[in-house]
Ligand binder design. Structure first.
Ligand code: ADP
Ligand code: MG
Length: 696
């Protein structure tokens, strides 16, 4: 029998029925290669089953037994199918297990007494009986094919409606037999190996003799996937670099004025990073750079330095912030520095155009784009970048707080016809492996140390019984002229509810803290009201701000020295670290109080990390361990590539290695013109992210 090419579609095979084909399509399985690459989600060692449990447990067990009794009954609106499973080998030495399914009539049709059954699930205690509810199950038949399903390490593949696990297993087994596996190329070019992935890898991942064998195969496959990811990133990086950039060396004369006027010296970290960025902009290659720096490390000034260099080079520069509040803050900040020097800056946000009165009720100066001073510096919100507003002669885009800005938006930005230099800034410390994966197409600059002379932030966990002391403390501090934040958790889906809760709490605090002035800010306020409150807080007219996490990023009020975080256990560590960065910005000592509801709080231990360290990267690593990558990056973060069987934590080293290998390869063959690399070109073409182009 001759082998079939991997791209053979499954509907052409006589062993795939029409109905199954429809179901397979729903699972995204169209070709033989899709089947071969449809990896098990776990394995069951069906040579040696777990013992029937006497206790309830949180970990799943895999059991094998014979169905002794079945029953079907109604209980109110519920239809319950129940069976008793007996461990044949242990006999009377073990008590039988009850399995129960609610409202799943089809299960009953699949199981009969005396069937041999494998079940997988968590044993629970229900009315003094050990019960499994809705276990995964498989009926074992004594036919010739039983060897594939039983008495071996058995793969359990992600199945779906119309293709049960068992059928899928048979299909994959068959696919391994009929597919020309040598035609599946390997991406990671390993000179010691032949081009295809080792052929036995496929059988090892699906039908291993041992779990060790499966793991060896998994690592091989992960290496290949990671290499693909990194190749794509490295390739995109080199494409952007060579996509119509301009040299924007600046003259240095305006920046000199700015620097001379600053009330402090730049930190060595700032100088180092500014030099990197400046050189990058001066080169004819296009800049595409990530600036990472913990909260309060002084990124804004680095951004300003870059913007002024663009300006000096005769180009417009724009700084984009994720929120109205931040955009306005940057704008006022810039004006304070730039106005005396006569350097124009304008504000563009969705709600307020330049010309709206600012903090002191004065109108900001208007500078048209043909003003003699040259093209202006612009501050705006992320949204503005994609509005019709055309920028003329745009030379630099700085994106503040990149983690609020999706990867896809970034690629739209890159696609702009005017090919501006791009600098993205993030305060979210990101574990290295994630940076490599998510931002692998960017060059990276890191602000290592914050400006000296900052007040210390003392962080302490307190349970709610300590509230009276805390209130007294806030009173004392505000009476002494300091300011405080009181923060409530915001769960995205119920923003409305949280806003309501925050409003109620606001009333409570107003009474508790009177005569201190208390303000309220949350995401549901309209932009005008939000602005007004923030302005009052910044100017000191409000001394306590009750807020949701809208204040998380960037807000800079040096006189604020207290932060009380309510219900702290509900926040992620990195998020609280961000929040905490709102205080400790002046020279005075600051206090961050994490309120929790007592020792019963399961997350107490995690909160202690914040008491112990103020290093954002350590906190991010702890968060990664506690919650996994998805949570750290937040829901806004799209664009994490599919990693197949890979795991960012477990396979971190492979990712680093893959990155190096991909970069080496592109150094040798930047356009992948070597015929030996044609499969890589095909891979890149297939995986290029879809993007709508944006006109400049
Ligand atoms: P972030 O990196 O979180 O965006 P900012 O740029 O807002 O931090 O800076 C935080 C504060 O530190 C601001 O008040 C800023 O004026 C101040 N700052 C920046 N650079 C220095 C410096 N070299 N020395 C002292 N203070 C600085
Ligand atoms: Mg900032």
């Amino acid at each position: 029998m001759s082998l079939l090419p991997p791209d053979t579609t499954l509907d052409t095979l006589d062993w795939v029925t029409r109905q199954r084909w429809t179901a397979l399509q729903r699972l995204g399985l169209l070709t033989l290669e899709d089947l071969v690459r449809h990896y098990p989600r776990r394995y069951e060692d069906r040579r040696k089953f777990d013992r029937f449990p006497d206790y309830a447990s949180e970990s799943s067990v895999c059991l094998f037994g014979v169905v002794k009794k079945t029953s079907y009954r109604r209980f109110g609106p519920r239809r319950i199918f129940e069976l008793t499973l007996e461990d044949e080998e242990a006999g009377v030495l073990s008590s039988p297990l009850v399995c129960r399914w609610y409202n799943m009539p089809w299960v009953q049709k699949m199981i009969a007494t005396e069937n041999r059954l494998v079940v997988f699930g968590k044993p629970r205690l229900r009315s003094r009986q050990i019960v499994m509810e809705h276990p995964e199950f498989e009926v074992i038949e004594d036919d010739a094919e039983a060897s594939m399903h039983f008495d071996r390490i058995t793969p359990v593949h992600p199945a779906g409606d119309g293709v049960p696990v068992k059928v899928l297993r048979e299909y994959i087994h068959r696919a391994l037999d009929v597919t020309d596996l040598a035609a599946i190329p390997r991406l990671w070019p390993d000179p010691a190996d032949t081009n295809p992935l080792p052929l036995d890898i496929w059988r090892s991942i699906h039908f291993p003799q041992s779990l060790e064998e499966a793991e060896i195969a998994r690592v091989q496959l992960v290496r290949d996937v990671f290499f693909g990811v990194q190749l794509q990133l490295a390739y995109r990086r080199s494409r952007v670099k060579n996509s119509g950039g301009l040299a924007r060396p600046g003259t240095g004369h305006l920046w000199k004025k700015v620097e001379d006027a600053l009330p402090f010296d730049l930190t060595p970290s700032q100088q180092e990073v500014m030099a990197e960025i400046s050189a990058d902009m001066a080169s004819p290659h296009r800049m595409n750079r990530l600036l990472q720096g913990d909260v309060g490390s002084g990124k804004t000034l680095v951004a300003l330095r870059a913007m002024i260099q663009a300006h000096e080079s005769g180009h417009q520069a724009v700084l984009m912030a994720p929120t109205q509040i931040l955009a306005e803050q940057h704008y006022l900040n810039f004006r304070r520095i730039l106005d005396p020097l006569g350097i124009p800056v304008t504000l563009r946000t969705a709600a307020r155009q330049e010309g709206t009165p600012d903090a002191d009720g004065t109108l900001p100066g208007l500078f048209s784009e043909s003003a003699p001073q040259g093209p202006p510096l612009v501050v705006g919100t992320h949204a503005v970048l994609f509005e019709k507003t055309t920028f003329e002669n745009l030379g630099l885009v700085v994106i503040d707080e990149q983690h609020k800005f999706g990867v896809l938006q970034r690629s739209r930005l890159i696609a702009r016809a005017d090919a501006p230099d791009v600098l993205v800034m993030t305060a979210t410390p990101i574990p290295r492996t994630i940076t490599q994966t998510l931002y692998g197409d960017l060059d990276v600059s890191i602000l290592k140390a914050p400006p000296a002379g900052r007040g210390k932030i003392l962080t302490a966990l307190r349970d709610t019984s300590k509230l009276p002391d805390i209130i007294a403390f806030i009173r004392t501090e505000t009476t002494a002229g300091r300011q405080a934040y009181i923060v409530y958790p915001l769960i995205e889906e119920s923003e409305k509810l949280v806003a309501k809760a925050a409003s109620a709490e606001y009333e409570k605090w107003r009474e508790l803290l009177a005569p201190a002035t208390v303000g309220l800010v949350h995401g549901r306020l309209d932009a005008e009201s939000k602005d007004a409150v923030m302005r009052d807080f910044r100017s000191g007219r409000i001394s306590v701000l009750v807020a949701t996490t809208v204040i998380e990023v960037g807000v800079d009020v040096p006189n604020a020295t207290i932060m009380l975080i309510e219900d702290a256990a509900r926040f992620g560590l990195s998020q609280m670290h961000q929040l905490r960065g709102r205080i400790g910005r002046g020279a005075a000592k600051s206090y961050c109080i994490l309120l929790h509801s007592g020792a019963a709080d399961a997350n107490l231990e995690k909160l202690q990390v914040l008491e112990k360290t103020s290093n954002g990267f350590d906190i991010a690593e702890a968060d990664l361990l506690l919650r996994g990558p998805g949570d750290i990056l937040g829901t806004e973060q799209t664009g994490m590539p599919a990693l197949g069987l890979g795991d960012l934590l477990r396979d971190a080293e492979i990712m680093t290695e893959a990155r190096r290998a991909a970069q080496d390869l592109l150094l040798r063959d930047p356009e992948l013109l070597d015929p030996e690399h044609s499969h890589l070109r095909a891979y890149l073409a297939k995986n290029e992210p879809q993007q709508d182009s944006v006109s400049g």
